[in-house]
Ligand binder design. Structure first.
Ligand code: G3P
Ligand code: CA
Length: 242
C-alpha cells in the first residue's frame, strides 16, 4: 500500500508546518506527516521550512539567531489566508503533543541544516519521553546530520534525502544504515528502475513532492513505498478510487 505523506502537513488547505496543517493531514488520511525543523539560537527546535521567518510569518529574521520566545508570538497563518490569522509558529514540543492525539500517524521529521549535539539530544529526548520514537523517521539532506543521529540514537530510523538514486546515493544510504532513500518524484518518473535499486538495497523509497495524478500514477506503478504531497486528502481519495 502506498503511504501518504503530508508535506509540511496538509499544506494545500492550511499554512505549511502549522498545527492546523498537521491536524488536517491526520484527519484527511495521511499515514505520515512531514515536517521541517530548524534549530534556534537558544537551541530550541522550531518547526519551519526556511532559514528565515520572513516568508511564512509576519516577522523577520534568521531562525538560527532567534529564541523560542522570539518566534512563539509570530503569526504563521495570515500569509496563507486571513482565516488562519493568529496561527502560531509551532515548536517541536507542540508537534510531539499533537502526535499523542493521533496514535496511528507517523512523523517524517526533516532536520534542516547542521545541528550541534546538544539541541539534537534535546529533540531526541522529547521523542523518547513521549514514547513516539518508533513512529518517527528522521530524514535530512545532510549526511553529517544523519551520522550524528546514528551515533546519538541508533534506534531512530533514518532516511537520506537525495535528488536522484545514484550509485553514490545508494552507497551513502548503506553506510548510514538508512531505512529509506528519498529522491525527487521527477527522478523516479524518469528512471522507474530506481525503485528496484533502492528495494534491492533493503530500503524504502518515498518521493517528493507530487500533487496530481499525472505523477501519482507512474510513481505507484513504479512501486514507491510512499508519496510526499501537499495534497494528502486528494491523494487518499485518488488511491481509494484505483
Ligand atoms: O520531504 C522532502 C522534501 O520536504 C524536501 O524538500 O524543501 O520541501 O523540505 P523541502
Ligand atoms: Ca521538508
Amino acid at each position: 500500500m502506498t503511504q501518504i505523506v503530508a508535506h509540511r502537513g496538509n499544506s494545500s488547505v492550511a499554512p505549511e508546518n502549522t498545527l492546523p496543517a498537521f491536524a488536517a493531514a491526520a484527519f484527511g488520511g495521511a499515514h505520515f506527516i512531514e515536517i521541517d525543523v530548524q534549530v534556534g539560537g537558544d537551541g530550541s527546535a522550531v518547526v519551519i521550512h526556511d532559514a528565515a521567518v520572513d516568508r511564512t510569518t509576519d516577522g523577520a529574521g534568521i531562525v538560527a539567531e532567534m529564541r523560542a520566545t522570539d518566534v512563539k508570538h509570530l503569526d504563521a497563518g495570515s500569509w496563507f489566508d486571513p482565516g488562519f490569522a493568529g496561527t502560531a509558529l509551532p515548536l517541536f514540543a507542540d508537534v510531539v503533543d499533537l502526535l499523542g492525539r493521533f496514535p496511528e500517524v507517523g512523523l517524517l521529521l526533516e532536520l534542516k541544516g547542521a545541528w550541534r549535539p546538544e539541541p539534537t539530544q534535546a529533540l531526541l529526548a522529547q521523542l523518547a519521553s513521549a514514547g513516539v520514537t518508533e513512529r518517527v523517521i528522521a530524514q535530512s539532506f545532510e549526511v553529517e546530520m544523519l551520522r550524528t543521529l546514528a551515533t546519538l540514537a541508533p534506534e531512530l530510523p533514518r532516511a537520506l534525502l537525495v535528488q536522484e538514486v545514484t550509485d553514490e546515493a545508494l552507497a551513502t544510504c548503506a553506510e548510514l544504515d538508512a531505512v529509506a532513500c528519498n529522491p525527487t518524484s521527477a527522478s523516479v518518473i524518469a528512471r522507474p528502475d530506481a525503485v528496484d535499486r533502492v528495494h534491492g538495497a533493503g530500503q524504502q523509497i518515498f518521493t517528493w513532492t507530487s500533487n496530481d495524478s499525472a505523477e501519482w500514477a507512474p510513481l505507484v506503478a513504479a512501486g514507491v513505498d510512499g508519496i510526499i504531497t501537499d495534497r494528502p486528502d486528494r491523494l487518499a481519495g485518488w488511491l481509494a478510487a484505483q
